[in-house]
Design a protein. Structure first.
Length: 394
């Protein structure tokens, strides 16, 4: 090291953390404008055409609130015809068969079918199940969402209306994480991350790209003809970010991707520290793999941790404390605009004091995502290679 380097090191750290904090504030401002822009968009024109819709839910294992999620699909106030298809990755699952029997008894007018999907056609088990489900779908519109996704009664109407707008061929939806009663702190951090990390980034990308260019797993809706036009589900069999890429393929084909203002819910289990870390690592490495340059730029988006580090580096000087105050104000404004204003998620207010812990954890996860390419998904280990997933045998 050159003479005097350690003498100026504190000033360098203070300068770097100040610059990154300012960049983080710029991101928070963008996210705030993007979220407010989404909230203020006018409602879509009404439609008089209601196509037949097939709702496809691939099922593996047991998710919290699963039966409630199935019921929410049967309770849709949709003027047209619709059906619910449940893809059985485990064909002899007695719990799923019992759920189907309950649905038949409660909703005799709603076609609910359990589709056995015993074959493993590729590394991505979810896509493998969907490939076996699609030929059974009767609808001209396919709505794909996870087994635990719970939607309001106007969900299918909003999807069908959006799909009939000029140039639109793919529809997705924002979502919130719904925790169980007496949730663990890790479950609360997971739900807070959806409202505080994931969706602000999605809205910002939507604004900067002048439209959404990808899909979210909460809702993947498109016409069956569009799916056939882009090559079906087969190209996604070996891909980790199948939901992201399905929307991206539609966008690359020249069509519009639209996000409806109809939030849905996903169940958040009571994670342990280990299961939370595994789940988050998979998600972060998937995002890094799908959008490498955008993901790298996320380094500056965690303005709150950088502002705290800046206060320490500056010896708790008044300017650094003022900067931290501005960051806290912006960070809370973004969270409330997305979590309360868009998602209508009361859990955000409950867990507001966990925001600093969530942001420091996110920064640590961002760094950890570069430490390897392995991920654990539903008990199986995979290695990511430029979007492809390779199963690692035990």
């Amino acid at each position: 090291m050159p003479p005097g380097f350690f003498a100026i090191l504190p000033q360098l750290v203070a300068l770097v953390t100040t610059l990154i904090t300012l960049a983080g504030m710029a991101f928070l401002l963008l996210a705030l404008f993007a979220a407010r822009g989404f909230r203020r968009e006018p409602p879509l024109p009404a439609t008089a055409v209601w196509p037949t819709v097939s709702v496809l839910k691939p099922v593996k294992g047991t998710d919290p609130h699963r039966l409630e999620a199935f019921r929410s699909m049967c309770l849709q106030q949709y003027p047209g015809r619709f059906e619910l298809l449940l893809g059985m990755a485990e064909p002899d699952d007695p719990n799923l068969l019992a759920d189907v029997a309950r649905l038949h008894a409660e909703f005799p007018l709603v076609p609910v079918r359990a589709i056995p999907c015993p074959e493993r056609l590729g590394a991505n088990g979810k896509v493998s199940t969907l490939l076996q489900m699609v030929p059974h779908a009767l609808g001209e519109v396919l709505v794909i969402n996870d087994a635990d996704i719970l939607a309001g009664p106007g969900y299918l109407s909003a999807v069908a209306t959006a799909l009939q707008q000029p140039g639109v061929a793919f529809v997705t939806a924002p979502y919130m994480g719904r925790t169980l009663p007496a949730p663990t702190v890790w479950a609360r951090l997971e739900a807070l991350g959806i409202a505080g990390d994931l969706l602000p980034g999605v809205f910002t990308a939507r604004m900067l790209d002048r439209g959404l260019k990808f899909g979210l797993g909460s809702t993947l809706a498109l016409r069956a003809a569009t799916l056939a036009q882009i090559g079906g589900m087969e190209p996604l069999l070996g891909r980790i970010a199948d939901d992201y890429e399905l929307g991206e393929r539609v966008s690359r084909a020249g069509f519009r991707v639209l996000m409806i203002p109809e939030p849905v819910q996903t169940s958040v289990p009571n994670y342990s520290a280990r299961s939370f870390w595994q789940h988050q690592t998979r998600w972060w490495r998937t995002v890094r793999d799908a959008r490498p340059w955008s993901f790298f730029a996320m380094l500056v988006s965690y303005a709150l941790p950088w502002a705290v580090l800046n206060v320490v580096a500056c010896g708790f000087a008044l300017p650094s404390l003022s900067l931290l105050s501005l960051v806290v104000l912006l960070r809370v404004a973004v969270l409330l605009n997305v979590g309360v204003g868009i998602l209508r998620d009361g859990q955000v207010l409950r867990d507001l004091l966990l925001l600093p812990l969530r942001d420091f954890t996110s920064l640590l996860l961002w760094a950890w995502s570069y430490a390897g390419n392995d991920a654990v998904w539903r008990g199986e280990r995979f290695r990511l290679r430029r979007g492809a997933m390779e199963r690692i045998k035990p």
